[in-house]
Design a protein around this ligand. Structure first.
Ligand code: NI
Ligand code: MN
Length: 229
């Protein structure tokens, strides 16, 4: 069994059957909703960052140094992390996949903007992406990152068991577009993310669940709570 723990915003820890620990989009110390501080994180094997904005990448470099975790992201974001002293990085690009010890990971398109938090001179680009991970035994996980509603979601239809979708609006899809994304992707289970971190992205996840209806099971987590699958 795999366990997914939500830390608020788009930050999740995934613990696989084999005991690999993977963190998506670490945003801990400056995240008002996080249940976790960076100093609380002891063991971590991989850090996956969907793009360079501070609320997805801000803790990645110090966390990688603290834990020895490998940073996986787009090529340029990994180059920036390496320039900051992160010893293990694995650069990828949109549409590319790789077999990691925890499963097969592919970067998916996301429609968003990109700067790199901490890159004072603006030398590095950040092309936003999502993550599709096949953990085996019908457990294909999709972390959408920050994205608008895109027709590319149709390409994921039938390929996703558990989808993590932003519903906060303003910076990403809101609940109406996220419900349309569910119709397009047709996952079995959806966990909403990227909401309630600040007033500007306050949302009622129960209303999102009602809007999705029978199209998928919507699991609403509190920060610190987990979903086993
Ligand atoms: Ni962003
Ligand atoms: Mn964001």
């Amino acid at each position: 069994m795999a366990r997914l723990i939500w830390h608020g915003h788009s930050t999740f820890t995934l613990e696989t059957d084999a005991g690999h620990r993977i963190m998506f989009d670490p945003f801990l110390d400056d995240n008002p909703k996080s249940d976790l501080k960076r100093s609380d994180v002891a063991q971590l094997d991989y850090i996956l960052c969907s793009h360079g904005h501070f609320d997805h990448f801000g803790d990645a470099v110090p966390l990688a140094k603290q834990t020895g975790a490998t940073v996986i992201a787009t090529f340029e974001l990994c180059a920036f992390a390496a320039s900051q002293g992160v010893s293990d990085t694995h650069g990828m690009n949109i549409g590319g996949g790789h077999e990691f010890p925890f499963g097969y990971l592919k970067l998916t398109p996301a429609l968003h903007s990109g700067t790199v938090a901490g890159d004072e001179q603006g030398r590095y680009t950040s092309t936003p992406c999502g993550f599709w991970v096949d953990l085996g035994r019908d457990r294909r996980l999709y972390h959408a990152g920050d994205t608008a509603l895109i027709s590319d979601f149709a390409l994921l239809r039938g390929q996703v068991d558990l989808a993590l979708l932003p519903i906060g609006d303003n910076y990403t899809m809101g609940p109406v577009d996220a419900a349309r994304a569910v119709e397009m992707i047709q996952p079995r289970v959806v966990i909403p993310m990227h909401y309630d971190t600040w007033d500007l992205i306050a949302q009622d996840p129960a209303a999102f669940r009602e809007r999705v209806g029978a199209a998928a099971q919507v699991v609403i987590l509190e920060p610190g709570a987990s979903h086993d699958f």
